[in-house]
Design a protein around this ligand. Structure first.
Ligand SMILES: Nc1ncnc2c1ncn2[C@@H]1O[C@H](COP(=O)(O)OP(=O)(O)O)[C@@H](O)[C@H]1O
Ligand SMILES: O=C(CO)[C@@H](O)[C@@H](O)COP(=O)(O)O
Length: 558
């Protein structure tokens, strides 16, 4: 029998990547990235040029289909694989990345009547303009003692489905009215491939406030929020919610032709990108915190107990691996903060010296920052460049750096930003442990661990824990491919469970990052200061960040 492959397609923030994986060995045979033509739309709509307000982040659904049509044939070509060799496809996606569809499943933004209306477009996970709606949902759910709230750490994020759908209703009631269904992009792409309306229990559970036994928030709650919302769950979020690991359907004739695959190939239920990385890091049992580190960081943990605590962005039964409660927490910006510094704030001489040294700006800054000892830069930063998703769950917060002097150098600031994200991760670990969920080991995956060794050493030093690193550089795509192999099933040459797939296809590197005791000591002191600053700016010690935002928003509305 010839080789059998699964394809994983990872839909990130800026691009989509297909990965062809050998099912027998987990070897990553070929990978191809298709950048989204329209990227992240955060200033003006393509075509019409309609301006967007602060905190908006949209995408073009056509870009997702381009990934299927370009990246998939390309990996087959690169590997010299035949369509019959591919037994399953899985996709992972950023979430909550949602869109309004008409009765034919067409995204409204693709229809001439709606394309000039920003609310007709895909709202990307980091669209943060629904904070008012999120705050009101949290307030009312708290007053009514709604059971769902506790599963989301006491606060829904403005990134989640409910605030985003309500923002559409508030600001564009005609778009809301015309919407037949709201759908996660992950589910929409699966529907394009298979023709089946299937909602993933992972996206619905973490981002749609859906629960295995209780379903979506009740009609009574939705009505109390806004009478016009009362049928949201029954109508616009309708459709079967299907568990992870299941087959969503089979590749249609038309899509098989477009993707260069065999019609009937098994297609898995979609999964959130970060969550796909858990089994792809070899983690299928409790106590192992997985840090999916990229543009943002998501922290995932399995447990056999359900607890509710501040700082846990979501707990979903069977949400990652069947049989366990899957916990998620997260930082809305990590790599994005470093990118901001490199692109917007690093002085020209840094870029010039990096170019002269023949290295990238990140690499140059990493090298310079490596010779700064912990605490030596005299700086401390709060990692809220894109708001705070755990522990405070507040998109209106913004970044802070204290301790700047005339002697401060770019590498000092860069290091302070790396450290700030590590402190943010430590506060999430402490939220888990003080909530009663054990964190015994740390696993890192995603794009960052492979790119920045200093960052990983700082994480080991700040957390005081050894960090294992997933072997794959495309952890999310590997996880998606593993789910594709499970959707195909053992009879077709795949697997019957994700646990089996992980034992065959996933592994960690031999090298780990170990904490350096002297660094740990200094970072313990600095973490105490971080916590002070965190509570001062984040827990109403001083609302200056919100007042600044209000003044800024005044200009946007003028
Ligand atoms: N050497 C580096 N050091 C720190 N951050 C980096 C480095 N190279 C890239 N980044 C950041 O990593 C992020 C991309 O991470 P990746 O995991 O590839 O993407 P995504 O999270 O969208 O899937 C970007 O925000 C980028 O700025
Ligand atoms: O919110 C989640 C997962 O819950 C992610 O999709 C989101 O943070 C985006 O992740 P990336 O950093 O772009 O991989």
């Amino acid at each position: 029998m010839g080789k059998k492959y699964a394809i994983g397609i990872d839909y990130g923030t800026e691009s989509g990547r297909a990965l062809l994986v050998d099912i027998e060995t987990g070897a990553e045979v070929a990978t191809y990235v298709t950048p989204y033509t329209h990227g992240v739309i955060d200033e003006a709509l393509p075509g019409s040029g309609v301006k967007l307000e602060h905190d908006w982040a949209l995408q073009h659904p056509g870009d997702y289909l381009d990934v299927l049509k370009q990246s998939v044939p390309e990996v087959l070509r690169m590997a010299g694989a035949q369509p019959d060799d591919v037994i399953g496809i899985g996709i992972d996606f950023t979430a909550c990345t949602m869109m309004p569809l008409d009765r034919d499943g067409m995204p409204l933004c693709l229809l001439p009547r709606w394309r000039d209306n920003p609310h007709a477009w895909v709202k990307l996970w980091k669209h943060h303009a629904a904070q008012d709606e999120a705050s009101r949902i949290n307030e009312l759910a708290g007053e009514r003692g709604e059971a769902f709230l506790a599963r989301y750490g006491g606060k829904l994020s403005s990134e989640w489905m409910l605030p985003k759908a309500w923002q559409i209703l508030n600001e564009a009631p005609d778009v809301y009215e015309h919407t037949d269904m709201f759908m996660e992009a992950a589910d929409w792409v699966v529907m394009q491939m298979t023709g089946q309306l299937v909602r993933s229990s992972c996206t619905a559970g973490y981002k749609g406030t859906w629960h295995k036994r209780d379903g979506f928030p009740s009609q009574a709650f939705l009505r109390a929020l806004d009478a016009r919302l009362s049928s949201l769950a029954d109508e616009k979020l309708r459709g079967p919610v299907v568990p992870l690991g299941a087959k969503a359907g089979e590749l249609s004739e038309a899509m098989a032709a477009a993707m260069g695959l065999r019609p009937g190939t098994a297609v898995a239920v979609g999964i959130i990108d970060a969550h796909a990385m858990v089994p792809a890091s070899g983690v299928v049992s409790p106590g192992k915190l997985v840090l999916a580190m990229g543009t943002s960081t998501c922290h995932m943990l399995l447990s056999d107990r359900e607890v509710h605590a501040e700082g846990i962005a979501g707990v979903v039964e069977d949400g990652i691996v069947a049989g366990y409660y899957g916990y998620e927490a997260g930082q809305s910006a990590v790599g994005d903060i470093f990118a901001w510094y490199v692109e917007e704030a690093a002085p020209a001489y840094v870029k010039q010296q990096a170019a002269e040294a023949g290295v990238g700006v990140h690499e140059w800054l990493e090298r310079e920052a490596s010779s700064v000892r912990p605490g030596e830069n005299g700086l401390l930063a709060l990692d809220w460049w894109n708001g705070n998703r755990s522990v405070l769950m507040d998109a209106d917060l913004s970044g802070v750096i204290v301790g700047l002097t005339l002697q401060t150098k770019p590498e000092h600031i860069y290091r302070a930003l790396l450290e700030a994200t590590a402190f943010g991760t430590r506060s999430i670990i402490e939220a888990f442990t003080s909530g009663g969920i054990a964190v015994d080991e740390l696993y890192a995956c995603g794009g960052l661990p492979q790119r920045n060794r200093l960052l990983m050493q700082i994480y080991a030093d700040v957390t005081g824990r050894e960090i294992k690193v997933a072997n794959s550089t495309q952890t999310a795509a590997l996880g998606a491919a593993m789910f594709g192999a499970v959707a195909a099933g053992a009879e077709a040459g795949g697997f019957d469970s994700i646990v089996e797939a992980a034992s065959r296809m996933a592994r960690v590197r031999e090298e780990t990052f170990k904490p350096i005791p002297e660094h740990v000591q200094v970072y313990d002191l600095l973490y105490r200061e971080y916590t002070e600053l965190h509570d001062y700016f984040g827990r109403s010690g001083n609302d200056v960040l919100k007042r600044l935002k209000a003044i800024k928003s005044g200009y946007a509305q003028a």
